[in-house]
Each structure stands twice: as C-alpha cells, then as structure tokens.
Ligand binder design. Sequence first.
Ligand SMILES: NC(=O)c1ccc[n+]([C@@H]2O[C@H](COP(=O)([O-])OP(=O)(O)OC[C@H]3O[C@@H](n4cnc5c(N)ncnc54)[C@H](O)[C@@H]3O)[C@@H](O)[C@H]2O)c1
Length: 280
Amino acid sequence: MAEEKKKKRVGIVGFGNLGQYLYEAVKAHEDYEIAFVWNRTLDNLKGKIPANFVLEDLGQFASRNPDVIAEVAHPSISAQYGPLFLEKADYMVGSPTALAEQHVEDRLRQAASHHGLYIPAGALWGGGDIQKMADRGTLKGLKITMTKHPDHFRLASPLKEKNASVTDKAITLYDGPVRGLCPLAPHNVNTMAAGAIAAHNLGFDKVKGCLVSDPSLTEWHHVEVEVIGPGDHEAGKAFSVNTLRKNPAKPGAVTGSATSVSFLSSLLRAHDMGPGVHLC
Ligand SMILES: NC(=O)c1ccc[n+]([C@@H]2O[C@H](COP(=O)([O-])OP(=O)(O)OC[C@H]3O[C@@H](n4cnc5c(N)ncnc54)[C@H](O)[C@@H]3O)[C@@H](O)[C@H]2O)c1
C-alpha cells in the first residue's frame, strides 16, 4: 500500500479577511491541514471553526506541531512571538512593516537560523530580481509608489489629516524612506516593506516609498516599482526597470481583491527554502 503523504500543518495567527481566506483554502488543500487558528478575541472564532482548531493561548503554539505559521493579524505579533515561532517552524510574516523597527528585523534575521523567515511579495512585482541584485550589490536604488483612492487608506497622524484634506486633486502624502512611512501606514505599505527586505543592501532607510492619495482612482490600487542598477545615471546610461501594477479593488477596501489569492500562493511556497529570509 502506498504510504500516505504527510500533510503540512499550518498555524494561522489572526482571523480577519486574510485569516479567514487562508483558513478555508488550507482546509480545502490536499497537502495541508490546520494546526491551529488564534485570534486576539476568541469570540470571533466561536461557531466559525471547530473547537479543536482554536488555540486560546498563542504562547502554546508549539503544542500543535505547526510546520509553518502565518501571521495575518498585526505587526506587533512579530516583535513578540516571531523569534519563538522560528525556533519551531517556518514563519510567514503577513505584516512585514513590523521589520521597519531595526531591533525586530535584527532579531528575526538572527532567529531564522533553523527555519525560514518568509516574506510574502504582496503587490511587489519583481521582488526576486530585486533580491538577486541586492545579493550581488548591483542594486543602486529602489522606489515604490503606491496610489490609491483616499477611502482605501488606513493612516496614522499626520498622514490621516493630510488624506482627509484631499478633495478633487491627487496629493502626495509621503515621499521618503520606507522606514519612516511604515508606522504611519502599517496596513497600506506591506508591499514597500517587502521591497525594503528584498533590497537588503539598501534596507528600510535607503529604499524610498511614495504614497499618493488620488480621488479619481475609485476602483484600482496602483503600485509602481522603479529599480536602478549600475551605470552612468547622469548620462542616462544606467540599468533601470519600471513596472506599474494595476490591481482592481472594491471601493473602500484596504486589501485589493488579487491580494488574498497572491497571499495564498505565498503560503504554499513558504517551505523547504532552508534557514534565512526568503521572499515568497
Ligand atoms: N503583505 C501584504 O501584502 C498584506 C496585504 C494585506 C494585508 N496585510 C496585513 O495582514 C494583516 C491582516 O490583514 P487583514 O486584511 O486580514 O486585516 P483584518 O483587519 O481583516 O484582520 C486583522 C485581524 O487581526 C486582529 N488584530 C488586530 N490588531 C491586533 C493586535 N494588535 N494583536 C493581535 N491581533 C490583532 C483582528 O482582530 C483581526 O482578526 C494586517 O496587518 C495587514 O496589514 C498584508
């Protein structure tokens, strides 16, 4: 008789839009099974998932023997639990803006010595190519510009007030290092954080992020990636790549509809790449 293939056990941290999507997709996948689901408020899980999947205390995650843990809750989870997760399992960080805090990035990179730290590419196009250039030191510049309708942002002050002042014209809310932007727009700039992690020779201080609030963009999220490589920039003879990704989004949605699907693909790739940091 053929030996039954061992299913990969997935722990899901957070049961909002992405958590619920991943839960259903993992349950339906023949090679995967649920190890646990944790949510800050247990009431959100009651009646939605069988009791044996519910993990009440996230500190007890190891008792469920997960192979991979997916964080889809909040950046604070990585600071508190990321290194612990990485002692026991692969860890996919759904909120990579957490790594804009240098000590969190340092601790996670250090902890990824037995298992892999996986960063979902999100809406970042060409992340693998950017990482390859960073590995060789040929990446000279990276700028990521995200343009959305004002209702599609969830921002902290002072960007919140600036966004509220948008009427009929597009306004640039921020243009500068990604590190400074992450705490002001943690839910909107995960893609920029993934870019700063891929572009590790530049990092969060040298990768530029630009956030534009555009009232005419009612049904789309735009992500523009500008990569600069070696060459003579002044003479216009430098290597460069520019991409523009247009993602349909429901009015008012922070997460574009293509994102959940892309997120699932990332989770299904988040294994067997060994220790270290991997874009997936
Ligand atoms: N990497 C990417 O490309 C990408 C794309 C979309 C969303 N995200 C991130 O993934 C996470 C989940 O997104 P979503 O659309 O499912 O969000 P959501 O708001 O629908 O769900 C978030 C869940 O996390 C819980 N939560 C909120 N704050 C928390 C905290 N401080 N501690 C613990 N739990 C907390 C909420 O109760 C909720 O269950 C967010 O951080 C979001 O920024 C990443």
